[in-house]
Design a protein around this ligand. Structure first.
Ligand code: HEM
Length: 210
């Protein structure tokens, strides 16, 4: 579909749909997982009907998150390769925080923060699936030794902590960088947004399939 000349297409409908399926599955998995993690959060189990229902549903929601994330991973893998400019961006994190973007190396489709977060997702989401399967009662846990199950529980908790912290940063950055949410809702960004936050990407697509 064509877009007005002041706007640039950043995501297709399929990419956005894929993203929001992952996002909804993540939120449900995180809320249900917190209820299972500590009694302080147990009240969250009511969102899923009861403690028992939460216990039954949580692993299946996790599998949906993993499978839908495979789609995001395949779609965005190539855009997230780390370059020398990204390493320089990280060294100048002070300028990033102070909003002095003009001092930074030119950013392409994604900045280094987005890229490292992408790779954190690529590591933690499969780790959550593998560790979760190892202690998924009653289907798979009986096939594994108890020592492995105990290790898997710890890996699952650490993986979940890292992913939840990462997604909090992801959501904060999406809101903080005004104009980004529209990229994932309408699929478009303004030319000014692209020029300010992703100038190398803008140059690359100029005259291309905008
Ligand atoms: C729940 C609230 C969420 C919001 C509001 C949100 C918002 C956004 C926005 C606005 C973008 C576009 C950024 C840009 O184009 O520069 C984006 C990209 C992306 N989001 Fe989310 N997101 C959410 C959850 C998630 C979750 C749970 C995951 C995965 C576990 C995820 C994975 C991604 C990925 C992989 C990208 C593409 C960026 C890249 O490849 O580096 N998002 N998100």
């Amino acid at each position: 579909m064509s877009v007005p000349s002041s706007l640039i297409r950043r995501y297709t409908t399929a990419e956005r749909l894929n993203h929001w399926v992952v996002a909804v599955a993540f939120i449900l998995a995180a809320l249900g997982g917190l209820a299972l993690f500590h009694p302080y959060f147990f009240w969250l189990a009511n969102l899923f009907g009861s403690g028992t229902w939460n216990r039954i549903l949580h692993p299946f929601i996790g599998v949906i998150m993993f499978l839908s994330f495979l789609g995001l991973m395949a779609r965005f893998w190539a855009y997230n390769r780390i370059t020398d400019a990204d390493r320089q961006w990280v060294r100048q994190i002070g300028d990033v925080i102070r909003n002095r973007e003009e001092r930074l190396p030119e950013v392409g489709r994604y900045n280094a923060g987005q890229k490292y977060l992408f790779w954190a997702m690529v590591v933690t989401i499969p780790l959550l699936l593998i560790s979760g399967v190892i202690f998924w009662q009653p289907w798979f846990a009986p096939y594994f030794p108890v020592v492995l199950i105990r290790m898997a529980v710890v890996v699952h908790a650490i993986g979940a902590f890292v992913l939840i912290a990462g997604i909090i940063v992801h959501i904060y950055a999406a809101i903080w960088t005004k104009g980004s949410i529209g990229a994932m809702t309408r699929g478009t960004v303004t030319r000014a947004w692209a020029k300010k936050h992703h100038p190398a990407w803008l140059r690359q697509i100029k005259g291309g399939n905008e």
